[in-house]
Design a protein around this ligand. Structure first.
Ligand code: NAD
Length: 547
């Protein structure tokens, strides 16, 4: 049994207001006596399971998802153990509430629905004293920081300081999906202003009321933050999250070999989508080397996926230049071809020698892709004609409409299945319901980054890895694809159900930790049994017994 001795400081009403220690009505008679809680709680002692039932009842009685989000956030602020018990035991129901799509709406309205602070806000005003700000964080053992500047929140654009909902949500997923201890998770908002006029004109906006800072001032703040984070929380893993396109690529290039960090929008998306493509091979029977992939959208996520595909092909023995020829891109300016002239650095490796077009249908007919990946934030771009063309070209076309939230999806699951006569292998970014097509139940895959980053983070923590490398993401993708069962595939499902996500994360963590040990990146000695060692570090939402 898990016993914890509570210092005098945390007794009485203080423990009720400490979300990591609070048990609410589940404090036993003996604990109430010992901790000075008599009279501070209603007399009946409830079990943890009883509390869970109450939460579910209250949650399900709410009318809108935003109300459910608010209820869950308030619960997390009150009693984290109960919050995580509910989220873990009902992950399929809770994931869309604590993350996309609901978190997107919550971020849009963050200033209006704001109740309590969570995480750390580091703003331009803190320059020169960022370390001091980080030292205000009450938990010394932060091991994972998710940091955003709010410039590209999901597919919703610049939400400035309102973007704080994303690091909070992602860190909740680290705990729910992989068992990273919530006391080791630190959400950070790097507030450098916003170019969102609606927010700047909103009296209830909580962030800096100024235009976004770029260039040297921005870089200096990031550098000060990264340096301070390393000093205050040695070895901490920093996840860059939802930065704007140019900064995301720049920051990753600058810091990936210097500190323990990764960018989930680029690398996490790359790995989860690669896993979906790999799992699909077991349905189509055609290997990765035979894929021709057309991306709609050449941003962080699109390029991240292509880089992951190229890394996998190179690992299989293909030459990098040849591997890149398997990927075609279309962005807001049309097909990525030479005749367009100068393009952003990140896109250069994928510029092709071909005729340009701005029509997706024309591009599909010309390239004859085996896979179409929508990652543009532009809803409805996969029209009936486009999906029908994919179905004409392929027996089992891959149609991934990955843009988030649901309202931005390039097509719905139902459209993809109906327009392809039930033959499309479909995946989305935000969840879609199961579709009944001509009597057959088709289950859309959700290419949710939550299949990847929590396991990667757990592996980094377990091995005390000093760096996160591409090998780790490739291993994560292959592990995830390998855990899709024949039963899943029969339903058209290319990802395991979320109910198995903690198992998936532990398996990924083992692979990541193994690479860290074998590549000399770990700050710990390799244990005899890496998987058992990973499991030993997994947080369980179980109340301690206070003595
Ligand atoms: P980004 O801003 O870096 O890139 C967007 C890209 O879309 C750019 O290349 C842009 O030129 C292109 N684009 C814009 N309008 C277009 C149009 N009309 N036609 C073709 N291309 C167009 O954004 P990002 O980080 O790459 O994210 C893009 C989308 O992918 C977002 O909606 C995001 O939520 C989603 N996403 C999903 C997952 C997932 O499913 N796991 C992960 C990451 C991102």
């Amino acid at each position: 049994m898990n016993y914890e001795t509570i210092p005098e400081l945390h007794r009485g009403v203080k423990i009720l207001h400490d979300p990591l220690r609070n048990k609410g009505t589940a404090f036993t008679e003996a604990e109430r006596e010992a901790l000075g809680l008599r009279g501070l709680l209603p007399p009946k002692v409830h079990s943890h399971a009883g509390q869970e039932l109450r939460v579910l009842g209250a949650l399900r009685s709410k009318v809108t998802d935003l109300e459910r989000y608010l209820y869950l956030m308030a619960l997390q602020d009150r009693n984290e153990t109960l919050f995580f018990r509910v989220v873990i035991n009902h992950i399929e129901e809770m994931m869309p509430l604590i993350y996309t799509p609901t978190v997107g709406q919550a971020c849009q309205e963050f200033g209006h629905i704001y109740q309590r602070p969570r995480g750390l806000y580091v703003s331009l005003e803190d320059r020169g004293r960022v370390k001091e700000v980080l030292e205000n964080w009450p938990h010394r053992d932060a091991r994972i920081i998710v940091v955003t500047d709010g410039e590209r929140i999901l597919g919703l654009g610049d939400l400035g300081s309102n973007g704080m909902g994303i690091p909070i949500g992602k860190l909740a997923l680290y705990t729910a999906c992989a068992g990273v201890n919530p006391a080791q998770c630190l959400p950070v908002m790097l507030d450098v202003g916003t170019d969102n006029e609606t927010l700047l004109n909103d009296r209830l906006y909580n962030g800096l009321e100024r235009k976004r800072s770029r260039g040297e001032r921005f870089d200096a703040l990031v550098e000060e933050f990264v340096t301070a984070a390393e000093e205050v929380f040695p070895g901490v893993l920093i996840q860059f999250e939802d930065f704007g396109n140019a900064n995301a690529f720049r920051l990753l290039a600058r810091y990936r070999d210097q500190i323990c960090c990764f960018d989930d929008d680029i690398q996490g998306t790359g790995a989860v989508t690669l896993a979906g493509i790999l799992a699909s091979q077991r349905i189509t029977g055609s290997p990765l080397a035979d894929q021709r992939i057309l991306f709609l959208g050449a941003g962080e996520a699109g390029i991240g996926i292509a880089d992951a595909v190229v890394a996998a092909l190179v690992d299989e023995g293909m030459d990098a230049a040849e591997a890149r020829e398997h990927c075609w891109f279309m962005d807001s300016q049309g097909l990525l071809v030479k005749e367009r002239g100068e393009v952003a650095v990140s896109k250069r490796p994928y510029v092709r020698e071909a005729k340009g077009t701005r029509s997706l249908l024309e591009a599909v007919n010309m390239i004859e892709p085996t896979a179409l990946i929508g990652i543009s934030g532009q809803p409805g771009k996969f029209t009936r004609e486009v999906v029908e063309a994919m179905a004409r070209i392929n027996k089992r076309p891959l149609v991934f409409a990955l843009s988030n939230p649901t309202s931005k999806s390039e097509c719905t699951a139902e459209q993809a299945y109906t327009w392809s006569e039930g033959r499309a292998i479909f995946a989305s970014g935000s969840p879609f319901d199961t579709v009944l097509y001509e009597g057959k139940k088709l289950v859309p895959g959700q290419g949710n980054n939550a299949y990847i980053f929590p396991g990667v983070g757990l592996g980094v923590i377990a091995s005390r890895a000093r760096r996160v490398n591409d090998k780790m993401f490739l291993a994560a993708a292959r592990t995830l694809a390998g855990l899709v069962t024949e039963g899943d595939l029969e339903q058209g499902r290319i990802y395991p159900p979320l109910s198995r996500i903690r198992y998936v994360s532990a398996a990924i963590a083992k692979e990541v930790a193994t690479i860290a040990y074998r590549d000399g990146l770990a700050d710990r000695e390799e244990p005899d049994d890496i998987q058992a060692d990973v499991y030993a570090q997994v947080y369980q939402p179980v109340y301690p017994h206070y003595a």
